[in-house]
Design a protein around this ligand. Structure first.
Ligand SMILES: [Zn+2]
Length: 142
């Protein structure tokens, strides 16, 4: 079933109508079976679906989404602050540094953080080196 919003060009009234398909609509229109519910005019045209479907989100919904997003972003940025304070940044050397800590058994070393590819992480995992992937928000993002 498909719902069209039809417009009567005669009395400028909109009304909804259901059809089994878009071709059924064309057929009925050709046979002049489509008439205005209000003035019976045959001067009917199809408008783009029901506007309610395309209605843009109300500002309320958007602000709720923004709040949710801000909350998540704040949580991530708190986490980042913690990591920056307690972990050593090794940038793209992450896989290398993680290995040297693991194999040299550096017990006193700080945890590290940095960038690694998925392949790096898979390899580290195979070697028994625990890593954790976290979402990261760039500082310059608002
Ligand atoms: Zn009409």
């Amino acid at each position: 079933m498909i719902k069209y919003k039809l417009k009567c060009k005669n009395c400028e009234t909109y009304f909804d109508s259901w059809f089994s398909s878009s071709t059924e609509y064309e057929k009925l229109k050709k046979k002049k079976f489509l008439n205005c519910h209000f003035c019976n005019s045959l001067n009917i045209e199809k408008t783009l679906m029901s506007p309610s479907i395309f209605r843009s989100k109300s500002s309320d919904e958007i602000s709720i989404q923004n709040k949710k997003y801000k909350k998540i972003k704040n949580a991530i940025s708190d986490y980042q602050k913690f990591i920056k304070k307690n972990f050593k940044y090794v940038g793209e050397n992450f896989a290398h540094e993680a290995r040297s800590i693991h194999y040299q058994n550096k017990k006193d070393s700080k945890g590290i953080y940095g960038e690694a590819t998925k392949e790096d992480l898979n390899e580290l995992k195979e070697e028994g080196i625990e890593t954790k992937m976290i979402p990261w928000v760039k500082d310059n993002m608002n």
